[in-house]
Write a protein that binds this ligand. Structure first.
Ligand SMILES: *Cc1c(COP(=O)(O)O)cnc(C)c1O
Length: 396
């Protein structure tokens, strides 16, 4: 595998050189004011990226999965009921985590390729007149299927039912790449990680808590130690952690957040939308379909592309790695072998995306699919020529 090629997996994403270097720093005392000079600005920047005035930000040496556990264990008690939709591998894994923690999960089964049905959520909440449901879990962007869901609609469903349930959102593959509005959407816990939109290696779980979620920790009885946010809060006041923080990664995160805010969040989101639209134009030119069932749910961070019946889509991924040294994502769970995924989030430009589209074309042609070389590339080129707003600040 050549290290010169960009990766097109939906995380870990490509690392800009400057951000990579920022992770590489000498040892400092992580209980000193010097560490505070990383910790406090990074938390303030993350608040801005979540679009929140008040969210308490916690950063754990962990991954997105640890962020899920932070959300659950700090706010819920064994046997508590939660409402969740299963529409892909990541929502499935979060549900599995709930069940392993002894939570009672009411599951809204949704076919993979569709977004969370807010109407069904509203129905389930209205039917829950005793308010047994303590939290609603929503995966903002299903990375397995390339499907985004409308979080505002889910908040509206909770409000329409006049239900007190908290709203927990997995934003691991959306936050910092697609618009996320913690305050406006009334999110109670938002979860993300370092290795997707933040363009860093894996190693940090990033979690935002609303005041309501913080209050819930007072009565939550699920066991927690490593992910206890109260221990974390006590440490933060003294520039410290209850254990050893991943200082280098956090220094990288400081630069990553500065880079994103410097580009401007609206520009970051527009760039992701433009790049994704070019990829979708190419898919269309190939005569293939996305797993995402309709344009409203198409993700701007990852495209899951259906291949013809009888063809193993994973062959594209292994062939791309072996012959061209390029990484695409395989299909997961129910869509294994049916889709391959092009990740187009993080440090990505139109030109990088074109190289991924060109590589996918070569692989599909090599493997005997009826794909005309250059067809997707030309379609995407046309799209980018007409829509580019590339500036020097883009994708530093
Ligand atoms: C990647 C991902 C996760 C898991 O994150 P890890 O950092 O691998 O633990 C969870 N949810 C979504 C939507 C993801 O894309």
């Amino acid at each position: 595998m050549s290290f010169q090629n960009p990766v097109f997996i939906p995380g870990p994403t490509n690392m800009p050189e400057a951000i990579r270097k920022a992770c590489d720093m000498p040892t400092i005392d992580h209980r000193s004011p010097l560490f505070g000079q990383i910790l406090h600005p990074v938390r303030a920047n993350l608040q801005q990226i979540l679009k929140s005035e008040t969210a308490e930000i916690f950063i754990f040496p962990s991954t997105g999965t640890g962020g899920w556990e932070t959300a659950l264990t700090n706010t819920l008690s064994p046997g508590d009921k939660v409402l969740a939709c299963r529409n892909g591998m990541f929502s499935q894994k979060w549900i599995d985590m709930c069940q392993r923690h002894g939570l009672d999960v009411q599951i809204i089964e949704t076919s993979w390729g569709h977004g969370i049905p807010a109407g069904e959520m509203a129905g389930a909440l209205m039917a829950d007149t005793s308010h047994a449901i303590k939290a609603v879990l929503a995966t903002h962007n299903e990375t397995a299927t390339g499907v985004k869901s409308d979080i505002r609609a889910i908040r509206n469903a909770i409000d329409a039912a006049d239900h007190p349930a908290m709203l927990f959102v997995d934003g691991v593959s959306s936050i910092a790449s697609m618009d996320f509005q913690f305050d406006t959407w009334g999110v109670d816990v938002a979860v993300t990680g370092s290795q997707k939109g933040f363009m860093l290696p894996a190693g940090l779980a990033i979690v935002g808590f609303s005041q309501r979620a913080l209050d819930a920790t007072k009565t939550a009885k699920l066991p927690r130690t490593f992910f206890d946010i109260n221990d974390m809060t006590a440490g933060y006041a003294a520039n410290a952690y209850p254990y050893t923080p991943a200082v280098g990664l956090m220094n990288g995160l400081l630069l990553a957040t500065e880079t994103l805010l410097g580009e401007g969040l609206d520009n970051v989101f527009a760039r992701h939308h433009r790049i994704a639209s070019g990829v979708r134009t190419a898919v269309d030119a190939w005569g293939l379909e996305l797993c995402a069932a309709n344009p409203d749910v198409q993700s701007d961070t990852v495209s899951a592309i259906l291949t013809p019946e009888g063809f193993n889509a994973s062959d594209i991924v292994s062939h791309a790695a072996e012959k061209y040294g390029v990484a695409f994502g395989t299909g997961l769970g129910e869509v294994a072998g049916k889709v391959f995924r092009i990740g187009h989030l993080g440090s990505m430009t139109d030109v990088m995306a074109l190289s991924g589209i060109a590589t996918a074309e070569m692989c599909m042609a090599d493997l005997g699919l009826d794909i005309k070389l250059g067809s997707g590339v030309a379609a995407a080129q046309d799209y980018y020529r007409g829509n580019t707003t590339q500036t020097l600040k883009d994708a530093a």
